[in-house]
Design a protein around this ligand. Structure first.
Ligand SMILES: Cc1cc2nc3c(=O)[nH]c(=O)nc-3n(C[C@H](O)[C@H](O)[C@H](O)COP(=O)(O)OP(=O)(O)OC[C@H]3O[C@@H](n4cnc5c(N)ncnc54)[C@H](O)[C@@H]3O)c2cc1C
Length: 424
């Protein structure tokens, strides 16, 4: 008698970010066929994106082709496609080109995008930082602003070209502000003849009462003091009311600036809309305790695109370790279900928060243990190098940082994409 082969359970993972990739890694050995779908061909280490935007690192130092990362896993197929919806009844993910993929279990790990709090028209004046393209566009914008200032005779326009405004003083805003200040203070001065780049203004605007609100009061006070010491102007308790081609408006102040950077808010990917799932105000799917989507035990959602409470009742933060822990949990759930067991609720373990402010300046909040200054900076650097994938990337980033540390020189100061004309 010829036996019909048992169909293999098909797992489709959408998004090869921190969450999706961890799910794929942890499904090794499970009786499943995995398809990884991403609209980009690379996995991106977002925590160091600001270093590409500020000419400290090259794009290839913080990103890896997804196919390369999964090359040894014969059970995983990589698909380069953009998902635009899910047919939950037919169990298919739908692509923007009309194609699609069937699934038995679906894992949505599609991350987040910028949120302009109802002012999407600000985006073209104050772009955010989420992708490699965002980072290289911003790098170009910052470097072109100095170039234009060098040959600008009008003092007002020169001042606007040399004013850099960062909106939002969370870790990304603080890291950007500190690094742009160091670029202007230490890296660029000797290279220009007509302008003194040390006179550049770096203004960090925050609507809340302190920088790094996720850290303890004393660490955030230290971070503010450290930023001010390296030349960043910190403006607190001021919500931005307009971003336009001339600059930014907050309170009664109209600040002329040619570079505005948005680091103030994120919104989840549209995954909740694809599923008509319950979501919070930021569009994050309100997943069940096991990270499945309500009404769909065969669909899991993880990372920045979901919201779930941690043990202390506060939402699990939108950070890489949380996405990875959720990826690990979902892989274990899929394996348990296939073995006829039930799935445990997800429990988040917070390891700590880190932020770099400048050279030899960082803060680390491990809960009971709080570190600041040079010691925190070294730990921050070692931790980030450790979390990069592969020896070559680790060595390359370590060398770039040691070079900046010793010589204040940033190797990635290349203006690419387009001509010498500034767009605004
Ligand atoms: C500038 C910046 C700095 C950060 N700094 C830190 C930090 O210092 N420490 C920290 O822990 N966290 C940091 N984070 C947050 C951290 O990067 C995120 O929490 C983490 O990436 C979330 O992982 P994820 O898997 O949910 O999503 P992501 O890692 O964002 O991955 C989502 C993936 O989904 C893909 N995708 C999205 N939509 C589609 C679609 N429609 N079709 C196909 N593919 C799609 C994307 O291309 C991407 O590969 C930072 C984030 C940013 C933007």
């Amino acid at each position: 008698m010829i036996s019909t082969p048992v169909p293999v359970h098909r797992v489709v993972i959408v998004g090869a970010g921190f969450g999706g990739l961890e799910t794929a890694y942890r499904l090794a050995g499970a009786p499943v066929e995995v398809t990884m779908v991403d609209r980009r061909n690379h996995h991106l280490f977002q925590p160091l994106l600001y270093q590409v935007a500020t000419a400290s690192l090259a794009t290839s130092e913080i990103a890896w082709p997804i196919r390369y990362l999964l090359r040894d896993r014969r059970d995983i197929t990589t698909v380069f496609a953009t998902v635009t919806g899910v047919d939950t009844a037919g169990r298919r993910v739908l692509f923007d080109d009309g194609d699609g993929l069937p699934y038995d279990t679906l894992v949505l790990a599609t991350g987040a995008r910028h949120a302009y709090f109802g002012h999407d028209e600000w985006e073209k004046f104050a772009p955010g930082l989420k992708t490699l393209e965002d980072a290289t566009t911003l790098r170009r914008h910052i470097l072109v602003a100095f170039e234009r200032a060098e040959r600008e005779d009008d003092p007002k326009l020169r001042a606007a070209l040399m004013t850099f405004v960062i909106i939002g003083a969370g870790p990304t805003g603080v890291e950007l502000a500190g690094t742009i200040a160091e670029l202007a203070q230490h890296t660029l001065p000797g290279d220009f003849r007509r302008i003194d780049t040390r006179k550049a203004r770096v203004v960090l605007i925050e609507a809340g009462p302190r920088v790094l609100a996720g850290f303890s009061d004393d660490l955030s006070a230290y971070a503010q003091h450290a930023l001010e010491r390296i030349g960043v102007e910190v403006v607190l308790q001021q919500a931005v009311t307009d971003c336009n081609a001339d600059g930014v408006v907050y309170g009664n102040t109209r600040l002329a600036a040619r570079t505005l950077i948005w680091a103030a808010g994120v919104r989840a990917s549209p995954a909740a809309e694809w599923l008509a799932a319950p979501a919070d105000r930021a569009g994050r799917i309100e997943v069940k305790p096991d990270l499945s989507v309500p009404g769909h035990p065969e669909i899991f959602a993880i990372g920045d695109t979901v919201t779930i409470a941690a043990g202390d009742g506060k939402p699990v933060p939108g950070i890489a370790p949380a996405a990875k822990q959720q990826g690990r949990h979902v892989a274990a759930c899929i394996k348990a279900k296939l073995a006829g067991r039930s799935c445990e609720p997800f429990r988040y373990k917070h390891a700590g928060s880190l932020a770099q402010i400048g050279k030899r300046l960082a803060v680390i909040d491990f809960g009971k243990l709080k570190l600041r200054g040079a010691i925190a900076w070294w730990i921050w650097g070692i931790a980030h190098i450790y979390f990069l994938i592969g020896l070559r990337h680790r060595l390359s980033v370590a060398l770039s940082w040691l070079w900046i540390y010793a010589r204040d020189q940033r190797a990635a100061r290349l203006i690419t994409q387009g001509s010498s004309k500034v767009t605004r």
